[in-house]
Ligand binder design. Structure first.
Ligand SMILES: Cc1ncc(C[n+]2csc(CCOP(=O)(O)OP(=O)(O)O)c2C)c(N)n1
Ligand SMILES: [Mg+2]
Length: 548
């Protein structure tokens, strides 16, 4: 009979069972014991330069792989991933935050141990606000159960969780004969069937139903179901910015991204004139809704998420999101002929008209559009990188990552590390502003260390362009780095300076060929240049700022 594993070992086993293979983080004395256990396990530690980088990498890993892990030391490390955990919470990404902590035995008489902020549970209290479940594994009797409970919550709600492991408990065995409960979350059968009947009636009698697919379709891995639903019924699909690439954008049922007045007008009209809008996994955020320019009528909508289900004004309790989406396929929805629908414009063959022409944001994205291939994953940072990317034509599903709701700068470079480790078949195309790059760009060192090969496009417009368009001042300037010379500093990689269309073309061709490591293209742009999408957004935001 097998002895009971230690608490640290059990945690590792469960993470492995849920498909985790990499753990991102930086050690410290409160978590060294657990790092030792990790080293001896089947999980690989990925050291980043900074904890925030580890947090973003784990978030991207979770978005691509289904679960991600960041492991840090007490407070000095933990509190640095507060922001990335907040982003994961807001955008529904299941990240497990593991933090070391002072041993339980060390805590008697409340000594002033290093890294402690106020009380021993200060960090735990912070993370209670940022996670869906949290625990301190301070009792060997309950530790395994607690690990099960918390990991289950991450998978059930697709939100981050927090596990604190006091350093003297990592090696302590948990209870023997522990039986890991299987996760089965069932819908209330009657409620599910009533909701599906209601939905069927509404959809079948509708003149112009449309599916609006959003972020939870990614998180719950329901892309195939949505495709099947569209195929079986002839109902077209639009995606939000956060749901972008839910299905391949070349698919005949796909009409484009819906962003209220910010997006393409024909998509807006088609979606808003629908008499049955089937919103699946939608987050009704301001950016997703084009800064509240969206006109969506709940009286003409079916709204299904992991938290809420309603058909017109009727709501249903205890129905799992997955069951509802899957259920829609089998309830005899009538098949209709796909009528005339808006279609996204696929990338045309990019024509280089004038080699010497100074590069504009618009032309940059047009050229990038033609550059995307089946194995590209676009990772966009906040700023014009993200806005411009909304108009890119993504070949396959789930190949687009961007923090389109919480919108923390500094996501893209570290996220590309997590994304590529989660799926080595993908090559990241990182789009990042100069401002955001200065926050976390040093994680290119992590790409170098682990043999990753992202192509990083730094949109260098001398500072915080997005903000300049709303309100300008010297606070929007940044120090002009020589971004293309980072390969000299890091001792590897390829750097390019791009000022004209011809230079962009040549640099991309070179970067594509060079697969051994990262490439960085410093793209020099006019300070006030901006993508058409940012043009629309900035004028709307500026109006809102003036009103308040
Ligand atoms: C961590 C963080 N700090 C500040 C902001 C506010 N903010 C939004 S966009 C922006 C400027 C981004 O500059 P850059 O990365 O150069 O992209 P650009 O707008 O120039 O395309 C700032 C400061 C933010 N979103 N996140
Ligand atoms: Mg900038």
């Amino acid at each position: 009979m097998r002895n009971s594993p230690s608490i640290g070992q059990y945690l590792i086993e469960r993470l492995y069972a849920y498909g985790v293979r990499h753990v991102f983080g930086i050690p410290g004395d409160y978590v060294l014991g657990f790092y030792d256990q990790l080293t001896k396990s089947k999980l690989t530690i990925i050291n980043t330069c900074d904890e925030q980088g580890a947090g973003f990498a784990a978030d991207a890993y979770a978005r691509v792989n289904g679960l991600g892990v960041v492991c840090v030391t007490y407070c000095v490390g933990g509190l640095k991933v507060a922001n990335t955990t907040a982003e994961a919470f807001a955008e529904k990404s299941p990240v497990v935050v593991i933090s070391g902590a002072p041993g339980i035995k060390e805590r008697e008489k409340n000594p002033l141990l290093h890294h402690k902020v106020r009380e021993f549970d200060t960090q735990k209290k912070v993370f209670e606000q940022l996670t869906i479940a949290s625990t301190v594994l301070n009792d060997a009797q309950t530790a395994f159960q607690e690990i099960d409970r918390v990991l289950h919550a991450a998978l059930r709600y697709k939100r981050p969780v927090y596990i604190e492991l006091p350093r003297d408990l990592a090696f302590v065995p948990g209870i023997p004969h522990h039986h890991t409960p299987e996760i089965h979350e069932r819908s209330d059968r009657k409620a599910l069937s009533a909701a599906l009947t209601d939905a069927r009636e509404m959809i079948n009698s509708a003149r112009q139903p449309v599916i609006l697919a959003d972020v939870e379709i990614h998180r719950f891995g329901l892309q195939d179901q949505v495709l099947k639903l569209a195929r079986n019924t002839g109902i077209p699909v639009a995606a939000t910015v956060m749901g972008k690439s839910v299905i391949g954008e070349q698919h005949p049922f796909y009409i484009g991204t819906y962003e209220g007045a910010m997006g393409r007008e024909e998509v807006r009209q088609y979606v808003e004139s629908s008499d049955c809008l089937i919103m699946l996994g939608a987050f009704l955020t301001d950016i997703n809704l084009g800064i509240y320019t969206a006109r969506l009528d709940p009286g003409r909508s079916i709204y299904a998420t992991s938290e809420k289900l309603s058909v017109r004004y009727r709501t249903y309790e205890d129905v799992r999101f997955k069951d509802f989406v899957r259920g829609l396929i089998g309830i005899g929805l009538r098949r209709r002929k796909l009528g005339k629908i808006p279609r996204p414009t696929p990338a045309k063959k990019f024509e280089l008209k004038n080699e010497q022409a100074p590069l504009t944001v618009k032309r940059l994205f047009q050229r990038l559009n033609a550059f995307l291939s089946e194995n590209t994953i676009v990772v966009a940072d906040v700023g014009d990188a993200l806005f411009g990317a909304a108009d890119l034509f993504i070949r396959q599903r789930t190949e687009f990552l961007g923090p389109a709701y919480y919108a923390s700068m500094g996501f893209a470079v570290p996220a590309s590390v997590g994304a590529q480790l989660a799926n080595p078949g993908l090559r990241p195309l990182v789009l990042v502003g100069d401002g955001a790059f200065q926050m976390t760009g040093m994680e290119l060192a992590t790409s170098a260390r682990y043999g990753l090969n992202p192509i990083v496009i730094v949109l260098n417009n001398n500072g915080y362009g997005t903000e300049r368009h709303m309100q300008d001042g010297t606070y929007n300037d940044v120090w002009p780095w020589h971004y293309s010379r980072l390969p000299d500093v890091l001792g590897t990689g390829r750097g390019f300076i791009v000022e004209t269309e011809g230079e962009l073309d040549r640099a991309l061709v070179e970067a594509e060929k060079w697969t051994k490591g990262f490439s960085i293209l410093e793209v020099k742009l006019d300070q006030m240049d901006r993508s058409p999408a940012l043009d629309r957004l900035a004028s709307r935001l500026a109006k809102r700022i003036q009103v308040t």
